[in-house]
Design a protein around this ligand. Structure first.
Ligand code: GDP
Length: 446
């Protein structure tokens, strides 16, 4: 998502490079290009107008800064304005002071509500909460069952009407669920409500009735970021019909232009609170406007990457690996290499991880085409080595290479390449550990 927008903005900034001062004509041309980039990305017109107006005004009034050249100043302004339209600061959930916190989900059918309910439950569980999922979507035949399956996947209890018991009233189900939560000491209740394929009055009324019955602490409007301009109209319709406190964007992993999603906070005045970006239950997080802006501007999203790493990595193993890199825990071996690769892999696909690093926008095609099986192949080669070879790769001579290639079903050239790369990587890591920074990447501290 947002790839085209990123590319167009990068081109705009490129045109400013090397300029000592921005003339009125430069600012006009830049504003025009940003306008086109936003419109092409499907950002709603009123938002585009406001955005471009603000950028122009600030670019004109910007004081000459000693630290930033004009091109950098424009990037900074665009970054700050992006954060602005995305809702400014990260908006966190408000928990009830007494009794369970009630979160109600509303949105169209197919928006990803049921999936999101389970993702949110898992996320809350990781924050130390004890959530209860409530199946109040009694419209779609399979919705209750789907929520039960998802609830099981994340290990969270689902409150649902008994099948075939004639319990068809979602308001009653939601109300009973709150009582159940109080009895069983669940501190957060997530109510999944029915959606229709399109906005209709009856659906709005049902959602409003549930809202009135359970008095949620937070009503979240769930919207598929792939549906383009319809997202903005739907968001407005739900705001008028049900009302909500925050927005959840789903399917941000898709390749739609996504600009509509960027417009929702600005148009409705309601912040985007969460984002869902994949089919896995862990593909979900708080939405941080500043990090999203950084990603769009290809400045990377190191904070998210670091947070994920902290969540995923075994602190013990990490400390051991770090000790080896600095030469204190014995020499770095192919076993360590394999272990690290497996750890990094837990973070997600290589293309996802690399995409969070700054400046990777230019390699987007290669990243998207990266064959994840390449990692499997490398693993297979290493696993075909004997423990002695892995501990001391220097002994891997010609005949050993032939045997390893046969064992892993690869070519000798693949084994050669892997061993060469390993020695290179080890050399690079050792020089980084000595404080030399990443060779070839000036400005990247080690
Ligand atoms: P609901 O009708 O609003 O409850 O929507 P569902 O939760 O059933 O989701 C509809 C479809 O979208 C399902 O096939 C989900 O697997 C898929 N889906 C939900 N969230 C995401 C996401 O973040 N990324 C992707 N790629 N698919 C998603």
């Amino acid at each position: 998502m947002f790839a085209t927008l990123s590319d167009r903005l990068a081109d705009t900034f490129k045109n400013l490079r090397g300029k000592g001062r921005l003339s009125e004509a430069d600012i006009d041309a830049t504003a025009r290009e940003i306008r086109i980039a936003l419109l092409e990305a499907d950002v709603a017109l009123p938002v585009v107008k406001e955005f471009v107006g603000a950028v122009k005004e600030r670019a004109r009034g910007e004081e000459v800064s000693g630290a930033l050249n004009p091109a950098q100043q424009v990037v900074k302004i665009v970054d700050e304005e992006l954060v602005n339209i995305l809702g400014g600061e990260t908006r966190r959930l408000r928990y009830a002071k007494n009794g369970p916190t009630v979160i109600m989900l509303a949105g169209l059918q197919g928006a990803g509500k049921t999936t999101l309910a389970a993702k949110l439950a898992l996320w809350l569980k990781e924050q130390g909460k004890s959530p209860l999922l409530v199946a109040a979507d009694l419209q779609r035949p399979n919705a209750v069952n789907q929520l039960q399956v998802n609830g099981e996947r994340v290990g969270v209890k689902v409150f649902a009407p008994e099948p075939g018991n004639g319990v068809g009233n979602p308001v009653t189900v939601a109300r009973d669920a709150i009582e159940e939560a109080k009895r069983t000491l669940h501190d957060v209740v997530i109510v999944d409500t029915a959606g229709r394929l399109g906005v209709d009055a009856e659906m709005m009324k049902q959602a409003a009735d549930i809202r009135d019955a359970v008095q949620p602490d937070e009503v979240l409007f769930v919207v598929d970021a792939m549906i383009g301009q319809d997202a903005v109209t739907t968001a407005q319709a739900f705001l008028d019909g049900v009302g909500y406190d925050g927005v959840v964007l789903t399917k941000l992993d898709g390749d739609a232009r996504g600009g509509a999603a960027l417009s929702i906070a600005s148009i409705t005045g309601k912040p985007v609170m969460f984002a869902s970006n994949g089919e896995k239950m862990t593909d979900f997080d708080l939405f941080h406007p500043d990090r999203m802006a950084s990603r769009i501007l290809d400045m990377g999203d190191m904070l998210t990457l670091i947070e994920q790493a902290e969540k995923t990595f075994d602190a013990d193993q990490a400390a051991k690996a770090a000790a080896k890199l600095t030469g204190q825990g014995g020499e770095f071996t192919l076993d360590d290499f394999l272990e690290q690769m497996q750890q990094v892999r837990k973070l997600g696909s290589m293309s996802k991880i690399m995409g969070m690093l700054p400046g990777m926008g230019q390699f987007r095609d290669q990243l998207e085409n990266f064959d994840e099986r390449e990692i499997d192949r490398i693993q297979a080669v290493i696993q075909s080595m004997t423990p002695a070879e892995r501990a001391n790769p220097k002994i891997i001579d010609g005949s050993r290479r032939l045997r390893i290639a046969k064992g892993s079903g690869r070519q000798v050239s693949d084994v050669n390449q892997l061993v060469d790369r390993f020695f290179e990587a080890r050399k690079m890591m050792q020089s980084m550990a000595k404080g030399g920074g990443i060779p070839g990447m000036p400005g990247m501290p080690g």
